[in-house]
Design a binder for this molecule. Structure first.
Ligand code: NI
Length: 316
């Protein structure tokens, strides 16, 4: 049992961390309990790899924990506002109602001003996402999270907090498979299951989607746009943070490649990416960028000539 859990934990986390998908059928059905056991077994594995006297796992008793006590929801609670002035990135009441005719696919958005969208894929993660939320909140920065539906079902509270703090949630499929290899019915199911998981967890509907690995055929993009109203959101800045090059490399790649209207791709699944964010966000703020959600960025879309004129007329 122990060695099986070691293997399972390793495979699950490896797959989660790399974003790879080799189609093993037992993994999508992994429960929260199974995930925790697998996580525990992996950390034991890395910490005690030379210790042959490792105690047996105790989380394998046949009876599960009691169901949580149900209480009425506290609807009066609101996340407190950020304390103190945040002069470089003031709270912005920007519209987010972009037109369906704005486009089917975006890698960046022509806008009049130094607006960018930070996006984080492959969460929610039970530790790294809350840590990232703290970093964003301290700077009054809003981001967009392309979540995996399966993880939303495991950690709905993390998604609720993300929404409560003003961030946007996007659809990143339920099982993180390469959609371009799937039929239309499976693509619809991936979108619908994730949409429903997000609605259950946080009471909101995603408004855009990002395909895992960026892989979505043009015909599929049009299908998703027509049936779910989701534009396909790719990216203009990719620091390759999933290869874990170290926080300072992630920061320097983002700082040197970001331009106005850009969409920055990162992964809140990885602790190194979260480690990189304070310096990254502070650096972008110093460069004069303002952070908006993807929907807000789409709603600011201007004709390319107008955006070009704004860029060429500094000091606006
Ligand atoms: Ni992904």
């Amino acid at each position: 049992m122990k060695s099986h859990l070691h293997t399972l934990g390793y495979r699950f986390l490896t797959r989660t961390l790399t974003g790879a998908d080799n189609g093993e059928s037992h993994l999508p059905g992994l429960t929260r309990r199974g995930f925790l056991v697998a996580t525990a077994s992996l950390s034991s594995c890395s910490m005690l790899s030379s210790d042959k006297n490792e105690p047996a796992l105790t989380a394998t008793t046949p009876t599960g924990p009691a169901d949580p006590v149900k209480t009425p929801s506290n609807r009066a609670y609101r996340t407190p506002p950020v304390q103190g002035p945040v002069p470089r990135n003031p709270d912005m009441n920007l519209r987010a109602d972009f037109s369906k005719s704005a486009g089917v696919t975006f890698t960046r958005v022509p806008v009049a001003g130094k607006y960018i969208a930070l996006t984080f894929d492959d969460g929610p993660h039970p530790q790294n996402t809350p840590r990232l939320l703290d970093i964003l909140r301290a700077r009054n920065v809003k981001a967009t999270f392309y979540v995996i539906g399966r993880s939303v079902d495991l950690y709905p509270g993390v998604v609720r907090r993300t929404v409560a703090e003003g961030h946007e949630i996007g659809n990143h499929t339920y099982t993180h498979r390469l959609l371009s290899k799937l039929g239309d019915a499976e693509v619809r199911q991936e979108m619908a299951r994730t949409r429903d998981a997000i609605a259950r967890a946080a009471g909101v509907q995603p408004r855009t989607m990002r395909p895992p690995y960026g892989g979505l055929l043009q015909r599929q993009r049009e299908l998703v746009h027509a049936e779910f109203n989701y534009p396909t959101i790719l990216w203009s800045v990719d620091p390759l943070d999933w290869k874990r090059p170290g926080p300072s490399v992630v920061t320097s790649r983002i700082l040197s490649n970001t331009t106005a209207g850009g969409i920055v791709l990162a992964h809140d699944l990885h602790s190194q990416t979260v480690d990189a964010m304070p310096a990254t966000i502070d650096g972008l703020l110093r460069q004069g960028y303002r952070f908006v959600t993807v929907s807000q960025l789409l709603a600011m879309k201007v004709e390319t000539a107008t955006a070009q004129a704004a860029v060429e007329t500094p000091g606006q």
